[in-house]
Design a protein around this ligand. Structure first.
Ligand SMILES: Cc1cc2nc3c(=O)[nH]c(=O)nc-3n(C[C@H](O)[C@H](O)[C@H](O)COP(=O)(O)O)c2cc1C
Length: 199
């Protein structure tokens, strides 16, 4: 059975509507593990070894967050830097993530028209989220199509509930849009003077 882990990164869950609904549904689902990094690390200091073990124990990793300045909240960036070490996630001997699956799930204040081609921002959500896609490519992971709920301030509860059901389905069944080959590429063969595996 596929072991699915959702890394939740919301700076203030007490004021959340969307992440809260999604998190509650994951709790009820039982077959998906939810890991709330803002709750686990209130001081902002990530336990890299514990996080890497958690990832090792799962096949499918989904990062869940409210879109924040066209990116993820800061603790998720810290998490990424702490976890994605050369020699573990990539580079010589860095095969821990290879052929696992990465996905992102996020909500946005701006609506779908703003992110449509020719819209207010001139950029689509596919473009905005390219760094996550490249994180998967860099580490040899499959990559899921993103799951997004846009224009959240305009949404009624029925729509949010429907998104929650669709999200759980996505977590269980979505197929990758990018399938990793599992082969070494030139970068992973490169030998660097100092290999990093500090914690
Ligand atoms: C500091 C901050 C930055 C935000 N940046 C964006 C953004 O770049 N694009 C966007 O569409 N919405 C942005 N929003 C809106 C949030 O994405 C939105 O409030 C959130 O997805 C709602 O989810 P929640 O109910 O779980 O908090 C931002 C909100 C905050 C507080």
């Amino acid at each position: 059975m596929t072991r699915t882990l959702v890394i939740l990164a919301h700076p203030d869950m007490t004021r959340s509507r969307i992440s809260r609904k999604w998190a509650d549904a994951i709790h009820s689902a039982c077959d998906i593990k939810l890991h709330d990094i803002y709750a686990c690390y209130p001081d902002g200091i990530i336990d890299g070894a514990a996080e890497r073990q958690l990832i090792t124990d799962h096949d499918r990793i989904v990062l869940q967050f409210p879109l924040t300045w066209y990116s993820c909240p800061p603790l998720l960036s810290v998490w990424q830097t702490e976890i994605m070490k050369r020699g573990w996630a990539y580079g010589p001997g860095g095969r821990a993530l290879r052929l696992k699956t990465l996905g992102i799930a996020f909500s946005t204040g701006s609506n779908a028209r703003d992110y449509a081609p020719g819209g207010r921002y001139g950029r689509t959500l596919e473009e905005v989220t390219v760094p996550f896609e490249l994180m998967a490519v860099h580490t040899g992971m499959h990559y899921l199509p993103f799951f997004a709920l846009t224009g959240v301030r305009e949404l009624d509860d029925t729509t949010v509930d429907a998104s929650t059901r669709a999200y759980i389905k996505h977590l269980r069944h979505a197929a990758p849009s990018i399938v990793a080959s599992g082969r070494d590429d030139n970068r992973t063969k490169t030998v660097y003077p100092k290999d990093v595996a500090s914690d």
